[in-house]
Design a binder for this molecule. Structure first.
Ligand code: SAM
Ligand code: DTB
Ligand code: SF4
Length: 335
């Protein structure tokens, strides 16, 4: 018999555990696909309405010219990607974009900046953005790079609901994708965000040439954060021309993530972090509707909507409305 029914499955519970062993996470990944999706559905249904999907909208509030060398990123100044660097947007322009996002059905507005870390002098304007977006009745999220304790406290004071800071991959593979910061740096900022009382959005990217073991390592790292991140974005690499990781895919040296392996990753995130919003994040333009449907079945319950992520494209609202209708999905009300 293939399915270790008395193995990892027996320990699965909708109550969040943070003591997952690597072996348990590996055991989940190794389950027959139907058993894995069945467990993911069981956990998902114990915690969430399985047909409700939360919708977030992204805006790049400061684009390009980033001093970090993340091998996947269009905005790193280490890569010639053709993305022009721009200054931090005015708060008014950001709030206007948030209003449009709200009117098109998003409940969370995520503001991203291509920084290693914010400058203290930017905090006033960032706080103004948070206050303005919140006043529209939207949840707020920012992703600005590494923070100091004081910066995290200032963002919390402004009312920031979520901070996005991804671990991206396993601790073992991390050095292959970024050299300008360490896994420990990421964990430190995540700790400061938690300490400031801001909810954590933390996930990773698949399809960067990592092994199954690295995907296990990523989910293990996330699922042993205590408490778990409230949001877990699972990004599929968007192969950006001019980036080392993007070019490897574009030139056929590296395959894109397999849809079934992506769905497995989503399912293991769902099972190990039952109360998290698991977001099928970047890379949906490269996925079939069937792959996305598998990911919802595997427990994804959040998406980025709109035709743009930060710099890359995203399926537009019309396509997503049609997909929702075909699958009988509906928007999740603000939590
Ligand atoms: N500079 C900040 C940072 O790195 O934390 C915030 C912005 S950064 C663009 C946010 C996240 O987007 C990254 O951590 C990465 O996980 C994801 N990302 C960036 N480029 C991507 C790509 N080409 N494909 C998939 N995910 C990507
Ligand atoms: C996350 O995990 N994915 C989003 C958000 N957090 C900030 C970003 C995706 C970026 C995709 C590439 C781009 O638009 O340049
Ligand atoms: Fe900079 Fe973030 Fe892009 Fe890395 S992922 S290069 S830190 S914007």
């Amino acid at each position: 018999m293939n399915g270790p029914v008395n193995g990892p499955v027996a320990r699965v519970s909708p109550l969040p555990r943070t003591d997952w062993s690597r072996e348990e996470v590996a055991g989940l990944f190794a389950l027959p696909f139907a058993d894995l999706l069945f467990e993911a559905q069981r956990v998902h249904r114990a915690v969430f309405d399985p047909n409700a999907v939360q919708r977030s909208r992204l805006l790049s509030v400061k684009t390009g010219g980033c001093p970090e060398d993340c091998g996947y990123c269009a905005q790193s100044s280490a890569h010639a990607t053709g993305v022009a660097a721009s200054k931090l947007l005015d708060a008014d322009a950001v709030v206007e974009a948030a209003r449009r996002a709200r009117d098109s059905g998003a409940t969370r507005f995520c503001m991203g900046a291509a920084w290693r870390s914010p400058k203290d002098r930017d905090l006033g304007r960032l706080a103004e953005m948070v206050r303005g977006v919140r006043a529209l009745g939207l949840e707020t999220c920012m992703t600005l790079g590494m923070l100091t304790e004081r910066q995290a406290a200032a963002l919390a004071e402004a009312g920031l609901d979520y901070y996005n800071h991804n671990l991206d991959t396993s601790p073992d593979y991390y050095g292959r994708i970024v050299s300008t910061r360490s896994y420990a740096d990421r964990l430190e900022t995540l700790g400061l965000v938690r300490k400031a009382g801001i909810r954590v959005c933390c996930g990773g990217i698949v399809g960067m040439g990592e092994s199954r073991d690295d995907r296990i390592g990523l989910i293990h790292a996330l699922a042993t954060l205590a408490p778990h991140p409230e949001s877990v974005p699972i990004n599929a690499l968007v192969p950006i021309a001019g980036t080392p990781l993007g070019d490897a895919v574009r030139e056929g040296r590296q395959p894109a993530i397999d849809g079934i392996e992506l769905a497995r990753t989503v399912a293991v995130a769902r099972i190990t972090m039952p109360r998290a919003m698991v977001r099928l994040s970047a890379g949906r333009t490269g996925m079939s509707d069937e792959t996305q449907a598998l990911c919802f079945l595997a427990g994804a319950n959040s998406l980025f909507v709109g035709d743009r992520l930060l710099t890359a494209g995203n399926p537009g609202i019309d396509h997503d409305e049609e997909l929702f209708a075909r699958l009988g999905l509906y928007p999740m009300e603000a939590l």
